[in-house]
Ligand binder design. Structure first.
Ligand code: GDP
Length: 139
């Protein structure tokens, strides 16, 4: 597997609890290089656009309200096999099902307020990176 990039977010439940630094420390410990990083608050419309693939899901309204309820940190992360590796470090969507030691097991509050996001495929990583960053942001 070659060097790859993924898009991560630290979600509003985590920024609200001042655990942004803990999560970033874990990202670096796991061997990811932070290629771009930005703290911002999504509008409801931006959250709806980001999660457009979930438009038909029953939790879309709740999810986009939550994601626009406070600041998020968006990060572009790089390492070997970054997409799968970051999803492994995050853990399962539902923290009750997440493996021991994963970020969601350690920090998530519930299935929705689960502290972190990660792209699920190279195509979505490319779209999600472009959602937050442009050429001059990448270091
Ligand atoms: P992920 O790839 O592990 O983040 O999971 P999904 O792509 O399936 O869902 C996107 C996000 O929607 C999750 O990370 C949760 O924040 C939220 N979510 C997923 N399932 C549910 C649910 O059943 N209820 C609610 N309220 N939110 C959910």
């Amino acid at each position: 597997m070659s060097i790859q990039q993924t898009l991560a977010m630290i979600k509003p439940d985590a920024t609200a609890r001042n655990i942004t630094g803990k999560i970033i420390a874990r990202i670096e410990e796991e061997g990811f290089r932070i290629v771009a990083m930005r703290k911002l608050k999504l509008s409801k419309e931006m959250a709806e656009a980001f999660y457009a693939v979930h438009k038909e899901r029953p939790f879309y309204g709740d999810l986009t309200a939550f994601m626009s309820s406070g600041p998020i940190v968006a990060l572009c992360l790089e390492r070997e096999d970054a997409i799968a590796k970051w999803r492994e470090v995050m853990g399962a969507t539902n923290p009750e099902k997440a493996a021991e030691g994963t970020i969601r097991k350690l920090f998530a509050l519930d299935m929705e307020k689960n502290s972190v996001h990660g792209s699920d495929a190279p195509e979505t990583a490319a779209v999600e990176k472009a959602f937050f960053f442009n050429g001059i942001d990448f270091l």
